[in-house]
Design a protein around this ligand. Structure first.
Ligand code: IMP
Ligand code: MG
Length: 194
């Protein structure tokens, strides 16, 4: 064979110049760097008492996968799926468990992995619900927290990023089930760009 190798062909993305998508909020690199730091902190904090990671579906699935790979402990996994009543872009705080956990939490060190905390109502509900199951400890790791939005007490042991209080999509987060597969987090402009 001779000559230069052809440049890799970039497959056009359906997201290119999508008018629904706004400015970048957290880049792929920033996600990777911060998640490695969180994994390090969790590895140190949970040495000798490996946590049971509880992922909140669907939004946390991508964060959970990357976070878990940055934790150097024999973690276990479980998932629950919740649906909150309300509009597509706002929660009411009334949460319904769509899929409950498979595992018993009694005496376990539970670390809830959440995608985003907006009003904090979903998390407050989850915390109450899980504490009743008598875990040895219960902490929360949320990738994103919206500045100035949280109502009342939310006890977050680990936080990835504080972001402006606008609606975002990508890296697991959706708008009407779309955009979860974006490898970054960006603003969602509902109809504004159309
Ligand atoms: P909260 O109960 O108001 O804290 O809302 C938390 C839940 O609402 C999250 O777990 C998400 O499922 C959803 N959510 C809140 N803000 C956003 C957003 O900006 N993009 C996508 N989903 C969001
Ligand atoms: Mg969610």
């Amino acid at each position: 064979m001779s000559g230069a190798a052809p440049a890799p062909r970039r497959v056009p993305s359906p997201f290119d110049e999508n008018p629904d998508l706004g400015e970048l909020v957290v880049s792929e690199d920033e996600l990777a760097t911060r998640i490695a730091e969180l994994g390090k902190a969790i590895t140190a904090d949970y040495a000798g008492r490996p946590p049971l990671l509880v992922g909140v579906l669907k939004g946390a699935f991508m964060f959970m996968a990357d976070l878990a790979r940055s934790i150097e402990l024999p973690v276990e996994f479980d998932f629950m799926a919740v649906a909150s009543y309300g509009s597509a872009t706002r929660t009411s705080g009334v949460v319904r468990i769509v899929k409950d956990l498979d595992l018993d939490l009694t005496d376990r060190h539970v670390l809830v992995v959440e995608d985003i905390v907006d009003s904090g109502l979903t998390l407050a509900y989850l915390r109450r619900n899980l504490l009743v199951r008598a875990p040895a400890s219960l902490e929360v790791c949320a990738l994103l927290v919206k500045e100035g939005r949280v109502k009342g007490e939310v006890d977050l042991r680990y936080t990835g990023f504080e972001i402006p209080p606008t609606f975002v999509v990508g890296y697991g987060l959706d708008a009407g089930e779309r955009y979860r597969n974006l490898p970054f987090v960006c603003a969602y402009r509902d109809g504004e760009g159309a």
